[in-house]
Design a protein around this ligand. Structure first.
Ligand code: SF4
Length: 381
């Protein structure tokens, strides 16, 4: 039987808040689920009251939602799922059954992680996630969607790769280092050390090369600049944040962002009703959220988020920038809401991060890849 791993520090029992059903994600619906639901009076009633419940894109059917109305059509007024209520848990699409679990198959077994989009998981509410093992096994048998980590060929950057076993060695060293310097600094050291290693390797135009043997040496690479790695990478965090903001701004505003980054000029973020320089933006970050951020990062590392979607170096880069990104986002939301930053601002920033950068939004990985290129060109001189 496949081994299922559970994070000993992660709890979850559903609070029935319906938050995941209001996110506007593309939820795929299996053909047999469509076939069962489309003849039901419930569906006919929803179509009459709200419009279509499904949307077909090429071969795939999705739950209907829109930018204006991100709620799932099946979410009832009491915030409960009407499919679940009328036909039972197993009548729901596989993605809905699995939420908030994020399953990752590795050569050591399946890691049953969770998304922090869910209210219960971010509050660490309920029993340890291991309490759900029987349900998860049943879902796996029914073909629950699952991420896969390759045994071999985990790309680091360019055409260089390591095996999963080599990655585990790196993860072990990362966690050991986190015991003394903290997880955020350990992640920054791993990012900088690995980038130093990559910077001295030639760009491969074709073919691939394994460099697993080099991983244990990254921590003491002779080219590592002295001092805090988090401090060294701070400017790259700002670049990543600026690149991220570009996605939410019209193209004619991008020059303003570039001027903010390279000349220290002021720029505007109309969505947050905020304007100022990057130094002023940094001041919005409140360190009180650090313990929560550390818990989030530790779970991401545990559930193999660093390697589920290689390349590894941009993933490390992303993990390194997340703390400041989360704190600045929370500060911006507080500014928009005209109050002192509070827990709700942090939770909403986490929701944005999960949706657009991490678990549910891998389309913005280019932000991290651009930062990797900047770091490598700086290290190469
Ligand atoms: S967001 Fe989490 S706690 Fe809320 S209904 Fe969904 S699974 Fe339950």
């Amino acid at each position: 039987m496949t081994k299922l791993h559970f994070d000993p520090n992660q709890n979850y029992d559903c609070l029935m808040c319906g938050r995941g059903c209001r996110a506007g994600w593309d939820i795929p619906v299996e053909p047999e689920v469509v076939a069962h639901l489309e003849k039901q009076p419930l569906v006919l009633r929803i179509i009459q009251e709200q419009g279509p419940v499904f949307r077909q894109v090429e071969e795939q059917v999705f739950i209907q939602n829109s930018k204006d109305c991100p709620n799932c059509r099946f979410l009832a007024e009491d915030q409960l799922c009407s499919i679940h209520r009328e036909f039972g848990f197993e009548a729901k699409p596989a993605t809905c059954q699995l939420f908030p679990f994020v399953m990752t198959q590795t050569p050591e077994g399946i890691f049953a992680g969770v998304t922090y989009y869910c209210t219960a998981t971010r509050q660490n509410h309920g029993r340890n996630t291991a309490a759900h093992e029987a349900d998860l096994r049943a879902q796996l048998q029914r073909g629950a969607p699952i991420n896969k980590v390759a045994m071999d060929g985990l790309v680091i950057h360019n055409r260089y790769y390591v095996s999963y076993r080599d990655y585990l060695g790196l993860e072990k060293q990362l966690l050991a280092r986190a015991e003394t310097v903290g997880l955020r600094e350990a992640l920054a050291q791993a990012t900088l050390g690995l980038a130093c290693t990559m910077a001295e390797l030639p760009t491969l135009e074709d073919g691939v090369q394994a460099i697993g043997k080099k991983l244990p040496e990254i921590w003491d690479h002779p080219a590592m600049p002295p001092g805090s790695a988090m401090g060294q990478l701070r400017w790259l965090g700002q670049q990543q944040m600026c690149d991220y903001f570009k996605f939410s701004l019209e193209r004619d505003k991008w020059d303003e962002i570039e001027a903010a980054l390279y000349e220290g000029a002021a720029f505007a973020l109309p969505h947050y009703n905020w304007s100022g320089t990057l130094a002023e933006l940094d001041k919005l970050a409140d360190d009180r959220f650090d313990p929560e951020i550390d818990r989030y990062l530790a779970h991401l590392v545990w559930r193999k988020a660093l390697v589920v979607h290689p390349p590894l170096l941009p993933s490390l880069m992303q993990m390194t920038m997340l703390p400041q990104f989360l704190k600045v986002q929370a500060g911006l939301l507080a500014h928009k809401r005209a109050h002192q930053v509070c827990d709700q601002d942090y939770w909403d920033a986490l929701e944005e991060t999960e949706t657009y950068l991490v678990t549910h939004g891998r389309n913005r990985r280019v932000v991290n890849e651009l930062a990797v290129e900047s770091l490598l060109s700086m290290l190469r001189g």
